[in-house]
Design a protein around this ligand. Structure first.
Ligand code: NAD
Ligand code: IPM
Ligand code: MN
Length: 352
């Protein structure tokens, strides 16, 4: 029986994760699928109470005893330095070496795009974000802090191994999912060391995938072009930071962070599944958070656990709720977080 650690975390994390859990339990029951869901208390409150973020033993336990981790969000105004989130979220990504951050973006209904004149089919892409290197490694420091001569260094670390495995993951994903184009986002004009490595590796790997169109673009130009011509983008591969930025942009094109799921993967290890959005302190506790990103994240998790049928049913129920306008206010609806989760569960029951 798949064992899943649920880490609801902070802000709207517990609200949206509760709905994803309801949906998981509903679809699992109807598919005759047994899931062992174990809730973990990690987050800002626990950190403020005990000083603990996550221990190496707990990391090891997650890696050894679980098949997947499902996270809500981490980030709390009472922890302005965000150190618990870095330890837990970035800690899991780095320590479990979850080097693939898969962020699919799909417009379900043209009404939800902020763009004029796009059809739903025009926004259907997957950002494949490098997840263990780049400027996220925390290599650097400060000097003369708080003085006019202050210096801050945040090193951008890119290894041949790290670049090659993410570029390969992007092409392999494209082949496996029948996608025709892979675009690299980099900044090789201003950052020729990192960008040069990415471009060389990208060109090498592309040669092994003759059926897939490949091209490299500067990330600034891509940010503009993605808004103007979203249909050109299919699979996008990018370093950690560029992938982070592009994935929020891409999510906005498809209806916003409220519906953007993600998976942090390393084949053979437990995946970490989380919505792209954060803890949204501005709407926490108001029953306004859109749970669909978390529900779609649960579907991604089901797919990775080998239950593609159950995943497809959850995705179809989410599509139905969007089309029916059974949504939270960010998508123009009037339902609360819990009511959307209930709607999805009823839809799943109908489809049995
Ligand atoms: P955010 O994603 O939390 O919110 C950005 C905007 O989107 C806000 O206006 C918010 O209300 C809205 N939004 C986000 N999710 C929504 C949802 N499900 N339904 C409706 N509206 C939604 O980003 P932020 O405000 O920059 O960050 C808040 C905190 O979350 C920070 O501490 C940040 O570090 C953290 N964060 C955590 C994660 C994560 O845990 N994976 C991801 C991003 C940000
Ligand atoms: C995300 C978030 C995180 C990131 C933050 C909370 C560190 O923005 O998952 O996209 O930058 O990776
Ligand atoms: Mn982000």
């Amino acid at each position: 029986m798949p064992r899943i650690a649920l880490i609801p975390g902070d802000g709207i994390g517990p609200e949206v994760t509760a709905e994803a859990r309801k949906v998981l339990e509903s679809v699992a029951a109807s598919e005759g699928l047994a899931l062992d869901l174990v809730q973990w208390p990690h987050g800002a409150q626990r950190y403020l109470d005990t000083g603990a973020t996550i221990t190496p033993e707990e990391m090891a336990e997650l890696e050894r005893d679980y098949d997947a981790i499902m996270l809500g969000a981490l980030g709390d105004p009472r922890v302005p330095g965000n150190e618990h989130a870095r330890d837990i979220l970035l800690g899991l990504r780095f320590k479990l070496d979850l080097y693939i951050n898969l962020r699919p973006v799909k417009l379900v209904d043209a009404r939800f795009s902020p763009l004029k004149g796009v059809a739903a089919a025009d926004v259907d892409m997957v950002i494949v974000r490098e997840n263990t290197e780049g400027v996220y490694v925390g290599l650097g420091g400060t000097f003369k802090r708080g003085t006019p001569d202050e210096l801050a260094i945040e090193e951008d670390v890119n290894t041949r191994k790290g670049v090659e495995r993410i570029v390969r993951a992007a092409f392999a994903y494209a082949r496996e999912h029948g996608r025709r184009r892979v675009t690299l986002a980099d900044k090789a004009n201003a950052m020729p060391n990192a960008g040069g490595l990415y471009r060389r590796v990208f060109a090498e790997v592309a040669r092994e995938y003759g059926e897939i169109t490949s091209s490299a673009m500067y990330v600034d130009a891509m940010a503009m072009d993605m808004v103007l011509h979203p249909a050109k983008y299919d699979v996008v591969v990018a370093s950690n930071l560029f992938g982070d930025i592009l994935s929020d942009l891409a999510a906005a094109l498809a209806g916003g962070l409220g519906i953007a799921p993600s998976a942090n993967l390393h084949p053979g290890k437990p995946g970490l599944f989380e919505p792209v959005h954060g803890s949204a302190p501005d709407i926490a506790g108001q029953d306004r958070a859109n749970p669909l990103a978390s529900v779609l994240t649960a579907a991604l998790m089901l797919e990775h656990l080998g239950n593609a049928g159950a995943a497809a049913r959850v995705e179809a129920a989410v599509d139905a709720s969007i089309r029916a306008g059974a949504t939270t206010p960010d998508l123009g609806g009037t339902l609360g977080t819990g009511a959307v989760g209930d709607w999805i569960c009823r839809e799943l029951e109908k489809g049995r």
